[in-house]
Design a binder for this molecule. Structure first.
Ligand code: MN
Length: 183
C-alpha cells in the first residue's frame, strides 16, 4: 500500500509544495511513509522554488492506482483530480478552498479545511500542533514560498494574520529575504 500526498491537476506552488512538506512530516515525524506526487507539469514559479531549495520534482501521475492511500492537499474538488480515486482510498484532506462536495469515503477520514490563504499555512499549523517546529530549511523555504505565492506577497484579500504569522515563523528557520524571494 502506497501513501501519496497530492493536489489538483494544473498545480500551482502551494499545490506542489504543501504535499512535499506534509509528506516529509508524515514520513519523518509520524512514521507514516508518504510520497508526494503531482498531477501535472510544474509552472515556472514552482520550478524556481524547488530549484532554489534543492528539492526534487515529485513524480507526475495521471491516475490513482488501486490500493493507493490518498491524502489530498489544496483541493477538495473531485473535478480537479486525476482519475481513479474510486479504486484508491481517500484517507485525509488538507485544504483552504470552499467545500464543493462530491467526495465520499467508506470510513471516517481526517479533514482539515480552514479559511486561510494557503494550504501550506495549515500544514505548518498541523506540524506545530503536533509539537514539530524544528523542520529542515528547505521544507520551511518551500512552505514560505507557497504562502507568498498564494497571498501574492500578502496583497491578496484572502490573506489572514495566520498566514503572515506562518511566514514570520518559517522565516526564522530559512532566513530568506521576503522581497527578493517574491520577485
Ligand atoms: Mn492554495
Amino acid at each position: 500500500m502506497t501513501k501519496i500526498a497530492i493536489g489538483q491537476i494544473n498545480p500551482d506552488t502551494d499545490t506542489v509544495c504543501s504535499p512535499i512538506a506534509y509528506a516529509w512530516f508524515l514520513s519523518e515525524k509520524l512514521n507514516h511513509p508518504t510520497t508526494p506526487k503531482i498531477a501535472g507539469e510544474l509552472n515556472k514559479e514552482t520550478k524556481f522554488v524547488l530549484q532554489k531549495f534543492s528539492l526534487p520534482t515529485p513524480e507526475i501521475i495521471n491516475k490513482f492506482t488501486e490500493g493507493d492511500e490518498v491524502i489530498l492537499l489544496d483541493t477538495n474538488n473531485p473535478e480537479e483530480l486525476v482519475d481513479g480515486l474510486e479504486s484508491a482510498k481517500l484517507i485525509e484532506i488538507v485544504d483552504h478552498h470552499k467545500l464543493v462536495g462530491g467526495l465520499s469515503t467508506s470510513e471516517p477520514i481526517k479533514v482539515t479545511i480552514k479559511p486561510l490563504a494557503c494550504t501550506a499555512t495549515i500544514v505548518w499549523q498541523i506540524m506545530k500542533d503536533s509539537g514539530v517546529s524544528k523542520i529542515p530549511k528547505e521544507i520551511a523555504g518551500i512552505m514560505l514560498s507557497a504562502i507568498l505565492s498564494d497571498t501574492l506577497k500578502f496583497t491578496s484579500p484572502t490573506t489572514t494574520d495566520e498566514d503572515k504569522k506562518a511566514v514570520e515563523e518559517l522565516n526564522v528557520i530559512c532566513n530568506e529575504d521576503i522581497d527578493k524571494l517574491s520577485e
